[in-house]
Ligand binder design. Structure first.
Ligand code: SAM
Length: 171
């Protein structure tokens, strides 16, 4: 991971093209049903785009990638609205994003995810303790995880292991 200073904010960037192992492992759950290739994917905090690229390689045709930096994705700040219509996204990725967001940004993103998620939407979240993040240790990351789960308590927990989980919005 590389740390960059951007507009007065310390941001951790993740290089490399290998997708998140958790995402790769869970791909069979995403590629089910008729016409799964047309599912609309949103990759929030996409970084250099490794997970977006992976899903495109898998066959997903509609992948929107957003990040503070616009070198791979479209520029988006967590305090902004997500540029997507209500109930329009079927899969939302939030891999290693939430640890970098302040409380106000988190609440905004949670609301926006709920707004743009279609019925049956799958949300994949990964968090981890990173020294340069706002949740640098295990205790804080555990609290963050609980905060996410509480915010999406009406969603079904499809899978959970430590700081990685999949939630599903009811149809
Ligand atoms: C550790 S990287 C993870 C990137 C990608 N999800 C992955 O798994 O490779 C965290 C990403 O969150 C983005 N980020 C951090 N704070 C942000 C903010 N306030 N708004 C939008 N993106 C932000 C950073 O630019 C960075 O690309």
């Amino acid at each position: 991971m590389a740390i960059k200073n951007h507009e007065g904010k310390k941001v951790v960037r993740r290089g490399g093209n290998n997708p998140s192992p958790y995402l790769r492992k869970k791909t069979p759950l995403l590629t089910t049903g008729i016409d799964w290739e047309s599912k609309k994917v949103l990759d929030l905090g996409c970084g250099a785009g490794r997970n977006s690229k992976f899903l495109k390689t898998m066959g997903f045709k509609d992948v929107t990638s957003l990040d503070f930096f616009d070198d791979y994705g479209q520029r988006w700040l967590a305090s902004d609205a997500i540029p997507a219509a209500d109930s329009s996204k079927d899969i939302i990725l939030c891999n290693y994003l939430f640890m970098f967001l302040a409380d106000g940004e988190l609440e905004k993103v949670f609301k926006e995810i709920s707004r743009v998620a279609a019925g049956g939407c799958i949300l994949i979240v990964e968090v981890m303790p990173i020294k340069t993040s706002l949740t640098p240790d295990d205790v804080k990351v555990a609290e963050l995880k609980e905060k996410v789960l509480k915010s999406f308590e009406s969603w079904h927990i499809g899978h959970i292991v430590k700081y990685r989980f999949m939630l599903e919005k009811s149809s």
